[in-house]
Design a binder for this molecule. Structure first.
Ligand SMILES: Cc1cc2nc3c(=O)[nH]c(=O)nc-3n(C[C@H](O)[C@H](O)[C@H](O)COP(=O)(O)O)c2cc1C
Length: 319
């Protein structure tokens, strides 16, 4: 074969698949937790089977109704949300939602939350025996009064939870979803790896607030809520870059899923270049439900134009 021929990347040789902690995704684009329901909500609008993965809404053992009052508030280039962890409960999810989600095709990632360590562990026991592909441990929800973010602010607390869940989560890879609000993300990440984390997703939303000036009171009943969308993207990108450095310096080969304001192919490329192996798209789906499909097509075109045959070749980071 001539040199020219061996260098040619044809449509057939472009492999968009990603190995995320042992789970094969057909491409690196995943629907972020809380922004895509449980798969059925968008299945008549887009071809959901084309996605790499779908993260469920945060699941808890006990069904929850979520927060009262204002739940979403638009802000320049972003969205502040205070949905809380509204969900049907893990048993009902497994029985009534998972069968449909499972047959859609993309990898299924269960976002696990809880009000106490025991509740997380009980949930992990059920999910471990279910047909989900992986568990994303949510230690970063800023919108609940008990649990959530309180588990993700301190290395010791985070590690204790990860190891308790790891003990019962024997069949599924464990992604730990980190908070951008933590004072020292590097030490939290390192202690989570020691406790058994297989991968990280970063970021959840940033603690923020808004005031209803006419009403002279905070907009949200919980006062604070979570900021997401393009407004957070440059900070989220910096955090992914730094987490990559932290893991590399410790010689840890732990994959990162980048999240934060991704709304087009260029945004996704930034996160893949910064060292994430996959990305999640959250609030952009609200304004354009086709965002993820457009990004998948855009990444394919980028690979073709740049003669890349694997997603990992997009990264500009040295391992
Ligand atoms: C309405 C809404 C609900 C969310 N619910 C959850 C959740 O249940 N669990 C979780 O880990 N993250 C949740 N998130 C955070 C997103 O998964 C994502 O981390 C965050 O929105 C940043 O991504 P984005 O800027 O692309 O929206 C939620 C975000 C929004 C906007």
């Amino acid at each position: 074969m001539s040199d020219t021929m061996s260098e040619t990347v044809t449509e057939n040789t472009i492999d968009m698949s990603v190995n995320l902690a042992g789970v094969k995704l057909r491409n690196p684009v995943i629907a972020a937790s809380g922004t895509f329901g449980n798969g059925s909500e968008y299945s008549e609008i887009i071809d959901v089977s084309l996605l790499g993965g779908i993260c469920t809404k945060g699941l808890t053992m006990t069904p929850r109704e979520g927060n009262t009052g204002v739940r979403v508030w638009e802000t320049p280039s972003g969205l502040i949300n205070s949905v809380g962890l509204e969900n049907v409960g893990i048993s009902s999810f497994i029985e009534n939602k998972l069968p449909f989600l499972r047959q859609l095709g993309p990898a299924v990632i269960a976002n696990l939350s809880g009000g106490s360590s025991d509740e997380y562990v009980e949930g992990a026991v059920l999910l471990n025996e279910s047909s989900v592909d992986m568990i994303e441990l949510n230690i970063s929800c800023p919108n609940v009064k008990v649990g959530g973010l309180s588990f993700g602010m301190d290395p010791g607390t985070a590690a204790a939870l990860v190891s308790a869940v790891r003990r019962v989560c024997t069949n599924k890879p464990l992604i730990v979803k980190l908070s951008p609000n933590a004072p020292n993300i590097a030490s939290i990440a390192l202690s989570c790896v020691r406790a058994g984390a297989d991968a990280f997703s970063l970021v959840n939303s940033f603690k923020a607030m808004a005031i209803d000036v006419a009403g002279k009171k905070p907009v949200f009943e919980n006062i604070t809520a979570g900021l997401c969308g393009p407004a957070i993207r440059p900070i989220a990108l910096r955090l992914v870059w730094e987490l990559f450095d932290t893991l590399k310096d410790s010689k840890l080969n732990v994959p990162i899923v980048g999240i934060g304001g991704i709304a087009c192919t260029n945004d996704a490329l930034e996160f893949l270049m910064a060292g994430s192996c996959a990305i999640q798209v959250g609030s952009a789906t609200f304004s354009n439900p086709h965002t993820m499909i457009e990004i998948i097509d855009g990444l394919h075109k980028y690979m073709s134009d740049n003669k890349l045959s694997a997603i990992s070749e997009i990264s500009i980071r040295e391992k």
